[in-house]
Design a binder for this molecule. Structure first.
Ligand SMILES: CC(C)(COP(=O)(O)OP(=O)(O)OC[C@H]1O[C@@H](n2cnc3c(N)ncnc32)[C@H](O)[C@@H]1OP(=O)(O)O)[C@@H](O)C(=O)NCCC(=O)NCCS
Length: 179
């Protein structure tokens, strides 16, 4: 699949490109961001961002699609993407701190899930949050994700296992929400 460009009222979701490395490194090298993510080390360097972007290809599987989030008029703001987990596709996301608290990620998650469920055959999308991440849990619960349990997940930035609230969203709930 060739990565699509998804446009919303305030955002453009598009394939990551080499020029994103600098803002990615800038915004991800922030413990308040990385400490809420499982797989981002701290500190986080430009070379980490460049290496990650090199793993992204124009032609990817739907459940491996990663989008850079551009805020119209402002430029690179963060990231939203899918990766294949043990049970099925997993959605993850982050936003540079200057962009928090304006409903931007809610807008991005809705757009990404609309695209994903329309494109993939997956009946469920998995996600979750570290137990202290109230903002991310608020986004997920407001969009129809339900809590399915707790697990321990390694947080690279914290160099520790952290209690994780596991969540999932079914296609049925998403369709019902959209009609
Ligand atoms: C989590 C994150 C993506 C939120 O992005 P955002 O654009 O600020 O989120 P939104 O504004 O769309 O929505 C946040 C919701 O959480 C709520 N919220 C924010 N802080 C909260 C808190 N401390 N307690 C409870 N709810 C909170 C907001 O009120 C909002 O809900 P509402 O729309 O019903 O009012 C952003 O803070 C971030 O990137 N954090 C670091 C990385 C991260 O946590 N990624 C997700 C990992 S699971």
């Amino acid at each position: 699949m060739i990565m699509p460009i998804i446009e919303t009222e305030r955002l453009i979701l598009r394939a990551p490109r080499a020029q994103d490395a600098e803002p990615i490194a800038h915004y991800l090298n922030d413990f308040d961001v990385a400490g809420n993510l499982a797989r981002v080390p701290h500190p986080y360097y430009l070379s980490d961002a460049e290496a990650w972007i090199r793993t992204r290809h124009a032609d990817v599987e739907v459940d491996d699609a990663n989008f850079s989030i551009d805020l119209k008029g402002a430029g690179y703001a963060g990231h939203i993407g899918f990766h294949p987990g043990l049970d099925g596709p997993v959605i993850g996301y982050w936003l540079g701190k200057p962009f928090w608290g304006r409903g931007i990620m809610t807008e991005a998650v809705i757009a990404a899930l609309d695209w994903f469920f329309a494109t993939s055959r997956a009946p469920i999308v998995y996600s979750g949050v570290f137990h202290f991440n109230r903002a991310s849990l608020a986004i997920q619960e407001k969009l129809g994700f339900t809590q399915t349990g707790r697990s321990q997940l390694l947080c690279l930035a914290r160099e520790a296992e952290v209690e994780h609230i596991d969540t999932q969203l079914t296609l049925g709930v998403w369709k019902a929400r959209r009609t």
